[in-house]
Design a binder for this molecule. Sequence first.
Ligand code: FMN
Length: 385
Amino acid sequence: MSGSIFGKNFKVATWGESHGKALGAVVDGCPAGISLDEEMIQKYLDRRKPGQNEFSTMRDEADCVSILSGVFEGKTTGTPISMIIYNKDQHSKDYSNIKDIYRPGHADYGFDKKYGFRDYRGGGRSSGRETAGRVMAGAVALSALKELGINVTAFTSSLGGVKCDRAAISKENIFKSPIYMPDLKASGEAEELIKNAKGDLESLGGSIDCVVTGLPAGLGEPVFDKLDALLARACMSVGAVKGVEIGAGFNVANMKGSENNDNFVASNEAGIKLLEEGRLFDDKGNFISIKKETNNSGGILGGISDGDPIYISCAVKPTPSIASEQKTINRDGEETDIVIKGRHDPVIAPRAVVVVESMVGITLMDLLMTSATSKFSTLRDVFGN
Ligand SMILES: Cc1cc2nc3c(=O)[nH]c(=O)nc-3n(C[C@H](O)[C@H](O)[C@H](O)COP(=O)(O)O)c2cc1C
C-alpha cells in the first residue's frame, strides 16, 4: 500500500491500523529548534479523542502520545520525529459478524477488490483512527506555525443542517461548545439533533470551516502545487470529507465579475482591527480582509497566498456505521442485510475539526519551506558573505 506519505520538504508519514498494536507518525525534514513536547501534542490529540462527551463514540481510546525521536530538551533536533500511541480499547470481536460482508459507506469493498484482502476490524488503514497520526504530525506543524505568528483555527460550522451564524461566531466560543460549534445557539440546536439521531439509530453530516491568519503573501507553487489545490487535496484526504471550498467557493458560480473581484487597498483598517480582536468573520458574517476591500478569493489568487486570511470549508458526510439494518452484499456477491455493532460517532465533523486543522498546518509548513527558496535573495541572506 502506498500513499501514506504527504509533503515534499516537511514530509509526514502515518502508519498503523485501527485494531493493530499501535499507530503513529514520522515527520521527516522538520527544522531544528522548534519548541515541542508530548504535552503540546497531547492537547491536539485530546480534541480528536472519542468518548469526550455524549456526542462522540464511547470507545475509550486513551491516545497517550510518546515521542520516540527527534526532540531533545524540549526542542526539535532536525532529525526524524517519531510519535506513537498504543491501541487499548479495541473490541475486535465487535467486527467478527462483518468479516465477509461489505459495510455500506465504507472502504471495505474497494479494499477487498484492490488488495484481495482486508482488515475487517474497524477498517484497518481506512479507519478514522488513522487520523490520530495526522494530528500528531499536525501538532508539530501547528506549533512551528504559531512561533511564526501564523494561526490555523478550525471549527464545526454546520451540523445536521443547522448552520452557525457567522456574525455570531467568536474564536473563544469554539471550546465552550462540546461539538466545537462557536455559535452557541446553533450548537445547542445541533446537540439536540444529535441526541435524536442517536435514538433513531441514525448519523448526521456537517461542515468544518478553517481560517488561517498571519500568513504572508507568496505561499504556493504554480502550477500543480497551487496553495488552493494542495489545501483541497489535504482536506479531501481526510476520511468522510466530500467537498472543499476556498473563499466564496461554489457561490462564485452565481456571481458577476464585479461582485467576485476583490479590489486591492493599501490596507483595510477595519479588517486589521477585527483580526486583532480575535474575530474570524466581520459583523455581517463576511470573510475578513486586510489587503483587499473584500475577500472572496479566500486569501489565495493564482494559487499563491495574497496576504489575507485563508478561508476553507469542508463538507463532512454522516458516519457510515449506523446501527439500523442496511442492505449489502457479501464476498460471494450475494445480497444480505447488515447490522453494524460496535461504538460509533453519531457525527464525524466535531472530531474531524482538529484533523482538518492538522492537515492545513502540515500543508502550510511544507509550502513555507518550499517558498524559502523561491527568491535568490533569501539564500543570499542565509548563506551569502
Ligand atoms: C476523525 C474521524 C472519525 C471517524 N469515525 C468513524 C466512526 O466512528 N465510524 C464510522 O463509520 N466512520 C468513521 N469515520 C469515517 C470513515 O473512516 C470513512 O467514512 C470511511 O473510511 C469511508 O471513507 P470516505 O468516507 O472518505 O469515502 C471517521 C472519520 C474521521 C475523519
